[in-house]
Design a protein around this ligand. Structure first.
Ligand code: 13P
Length: 249
């Protein structure tokens, strides 16, 4: 059966001292739910995170990586670099990367291929913009993002894929999709996967919701049958808030 997952995407926040302080706060907390817990610090603090959380169930993951094996890509980080510091999971396709760094369905499909080649796992993000929803195009936008990024994969690959539906209009805005809107989209995503890959694979994929998840709304969102956890931005930067969400299952 699919897993519950709560992942904190720290984005471009926390230098080394703040990372050390937040990780030490996180280590003092207890996971009382069945959720797998992950944090994604910036590249410069990944190694510290892995070392500091060696004996903890919290997994340290990356926010991005390049698809190429190595080479002349100034400023980029490859899969082997992540694996060499025991980072085996990477967030791909976050809307901020799609919007500000020109990440396209095509480049993301290549990154996903690299993840699989390297035996890693990805949290693959997608979601519609406000205008798409206003125009009633949210289902077709999400369908094309997941089909273009992932539907070239074979069935076996899906055990390495976690999905994160993050409506762009709900990210960092304080405006959350209602639990019903999240459930409706997550059910649509699962059906879309089932139509191509069958029910077994669709039922086993964890689909996270992201966008202004807070301690106050996490429980209601997570209570929906097709919502298997959350990708948390702002609230992941505070250990009390993050753990209130982790333990909201
Ligand atoms: P917020 O929780 O700050 O809205 O961010 C969500 C997000 O983008 C997680 O990847």
């Amino acid at each position: 059966m699919r897993k519950h997952i709560v992942a904190g995407n720290w984005k471009m926040n926390n230098d080394l001292p703040s990372t050390q302080a937040l990780i030490s706060d996180l280590k003092s907390k207890e996971i009382t739910s069945d959720a797998e817990v992950m944090i994604a610090p910036t590249f410069t603090n990944l190694f510290h995170g892995v070392e500091a959380l060696k004996d903890s169930p919290i997994e340290v993951i990356a926010q991005n990586m390049h698809y190429a094996a190595s080479g002349a890509y100034t400023g980029e980080v490859n899969a082997d670099m992540l694996k060499s510091i025991a980072v085996n999971t990477v967030i791909l396709g976050h809307s901020e990367r799609r919007a500000y760094y020109n990440e396209t369905d095509d480049s993301l499909a290549k990154k996903v291929d690299t993840v699989l080649e390297k035996g890693m796992r990805t949290i693959f993000c997608f979601g519609e913009e406000l205008q798409d929803r206003k125009d009633g195009n949210h289902f077709s936008v999400v369908e094309s993002q997941i089909k273009n990024g992932l539907f070239h994969l074979d069935g076996a690959a899906w055990s390495s894929i976690v999905l994160a539906y993050e409506p762009v209009w709900a990210i960092g805005t304080g405006e959350t999709a209602s639990p019903e809107q999240a459930q409706e989209m997550h059910a649509f995503i699962r059906t879309t996967i089932a139509d191509t890959y069958g029910n077994d694979i669709a039922d086993n994929v964890s689909i996270l919701y992201g966008g202004s998840v807070k301690p106050a709304n996490a429980q209601e969102i997570f209570s929906k049958p097709d919502v298997d956890g959350g990708l948390i931005g702002g609230a992941a930067l505070n250990a009390d808030d993050f753990f209130a969400i982790v333990n909201a299952f």
